[in-house]
Design a protein around this ligand. Structure first.
Ligand SMILES: Nc1ncnc2c1ncn2[C@@H]1O[C@H](COP(=O)(O)OP(=O)(O)OP(=O)(O)O)[C@@H](O)[C@H]1O
Ligand SMILES: [Mg+2]
Length: 510
């Protein structure tokens, strides 16, 4: 007899159905797993054997064959332990196969029979729900699985014996509750930043429209400080956005305690990060920092210090909103609509352009340093601003009265306006001005006569690319939205243009 248990394989955030087929037949005593298992799956034999022993059961001295179908799909990860163990129990006649067939199963086993947490419980729960199945998962994953649907039958078990007892009806497992992460509520506040009014305004515009941003300034001007305050002014995610973000975090194994959060991701990888760390890849094609920053912020501090290849790998996802990981026989795609915020010094010594400072290496200090950034990358950064060094007198000023909460309220209102506008226009997946394409901009971002003539003159003078032209329109639209203005005027276009001046005359390699 062949026992069957449903489970899943992950391809990005998609959970592909996989059947675990277990056959116990007479013949030479053996335990084999076939169906393209990776090392972790092949080793599952030992964990399953020990977990069954711990539960007081032993494997029959027969030939055991486990097939993971479809046979041509690579199976990676440790979540096949539990479906294999339950399939064996069904094949041994310990559990009724017809009840097991109503569930999709995933979980790792430890030697003592404990079911330990695995990555990807949330996407697996979504897939199970779509297929009309229930879910058997580790206890720690119950909180996230419960988000998939209110009526999804979930068995979140701490160990193998609990599952056996539940199915046999001797001990009932209660359905887990959908869990939210508690808001720690102590984000750094904008009120701590003294002076730098222009930069504060720019960061508000960037937050409101989801625009990519570059800050350039000498050491200690407050670039990292400002960027770390961005999360405090970004509006919380709605339920749909939260699920998208949590699916990626779940596949990466980063949903701590199976709790979901409405706070937008803020990822700040160190500049020594590799290309795989940003794009994703490696074992199980894990999502990289770009995908983990989906719907949130990717902050790259000390931008020119990143490897050139890493920086160039940002270009395509910034346009398409997704990262693609090429594997030997297939591609894995993750959504990656992030807002890039970057900070850098104008040169190696950091003091270029400072009044009264003469660099010994002259203009080459700046040009060599800035040449690490390519033209196309700089072209994608809608808002580029200069942060001058603060004077001691600025620091002794009283703290500004405007807090992050004040700015956050304006940002939330502007985002709401954009969301409504693009929803009424039936624009799928467009929520912010930064995501609007040329067609939407033609419709919603037309400046008045005076604004148009300013834009035309500036496009000639600044030698704007077509992309640069659209980016100015997007930023101007956001500024008008912050102003609650339906019509974009010369003032809005003017401010948007001011964010396009290359700070410190930044020149790229291209
Ligand atoms: N505008 C400011 N208001 C109050 N404190 C500030 C301001 N700017 C800088 N500081 C102080 O200086 C410290 C260093 O600032 P920050 O790390 O943001 O500098 P930076 O511009 O990122 O420098 P670097 O180029 O060296 O990375 C902050 O932690 C803060 O204490
Ligand atoms: Mg810094």
């Amino acid at each position: 007899m062949v026992a069957k248990v449903s489970t899943v394989a992950f391809q990005g955030i998609e959970a592909v159905p996989v059947d675990v087929q277990v056959q116990i037949s007479s013949g030479i005593v053996a335990f084999t797993i076939v169906g393209l298992p990776d090392k972790a799956v092949a080793e599952s034999r030992e964990r399953v054997r020990s977990a069954l022993t711990a539960a007081g059961l032993s494997l029959p001295a027969k030939r055991i064959t486990v097939n993971l179908a479809p046979a041509d799909l690579p199976k990676e990860g440790s979540h096949y332990d539990l479906p294999i163990a339950l399939g064996l129990l069904a094949a041994m006649g310990v559990l009724p196969g017809d009840i097991l067939n109503r569930y999709c199963v995933l979980g790792e086993l430890s030697l003592d029979g404990t079911v330990t947490s695995v990555a990807g419980t949330l996407p697996a729960a979504m897939a199970a729900n779509a297929a009309g199945l229930g879910l058997i998962c580790p206890q720690t994953g119950g909180g996230e699985a419960a988000w998939a649907a209110q009526d999804l039958d979930i068995l979140a078990a701490g160990n193998l014996v609990q599952i056996v007892n539940h199915i046999k009806g001797t001990q009932v497992l209660t359905r887990p509750e959908a869990r939210m992460a508690e808001d720690p509520g102590d984000l750094p506040d904008l009120v701590d930043v003294k002076g730098q009014e222009l930069a504060k305004r720019a960061i508000e515009v960037a937050a409101a429209g989801g625009h990519h941003m570059l800050m350039v300034g000498p050491p200690g001007a407050g670039k990292s400080m400002l960027a770390s305050r961005l999360p405090s002014i970004l509006p919380p995610m709605d339920a749909g956005e939260m699920l998208d973000v949590s699916m990626i975090a779940s596949v990466a194994g980063e949903l701590s305690g199976g709790r979901l959060s409405r706070r937008r991701p803020f990822r700040a990888p160190h500049h020594s990060a590799s290309q795989a760390a940003l794009v994703g890849g490696g074992l199980r094609a894990r999502p990289g920092e770009m995908a983990l920053a989906h719907n949130g912020v990717l902050f790259l501090d000390e931008l020119p210090e990143f490897q050139g290849r890493v920086l160039e790998s940002l270009r395509q996802p910034m346009e398409s909103g997704q990262t693609v990981i090429a594997r030997a026989n297939h591609h894995v795609t993750y959504p990656a609509r992030f807002q890039l915020v970057a900070a850098m010094n104008p040169c190696r010594c950091g003091m270029a352009g400072e009044p009264g400072f003469a660099c010994r290496r002259g203009p080459r200090c700046a040009s060599d340093y800035q040449a690490k950034l390519s033209g196309p990358l700089l072209d994608r950064l809608d808002i580029q601003i200069e942060l001058p060094a603060l004077k001691a007198t600025d620091l002794t000023l009283p703290a500004p009265s405007e807090t992050s909460a004040d700015v956050a309220a304006r940002v939330a209102r502007a985002r709401q306006t954009q969301h409504m506008r693009y929803r009424q226009a039936d624009a799928q997946n467009v929520r912010t001005n930064a995501q609007a394409d040329g067609k939407l901009l033609d419709r919603f971002a037309r400046p008045d006569e005076a604004g148009l003539s300013l834009l035309r003159d500036a496009a000639d003078a600044l030698n704007l690319s077509a992309r640069g032209y659209h980016r100015i329109l997007r930023v101007a639209r956001t500024i008008a939205d912050l102003d609650d203005a339906e019509q974009m005027t010369r003032i809005h276009v003017g401010e948007a243009l001011s964010y396009r001046q290359r700070p410190f005359g930044i020149q790229s390699a291209a």
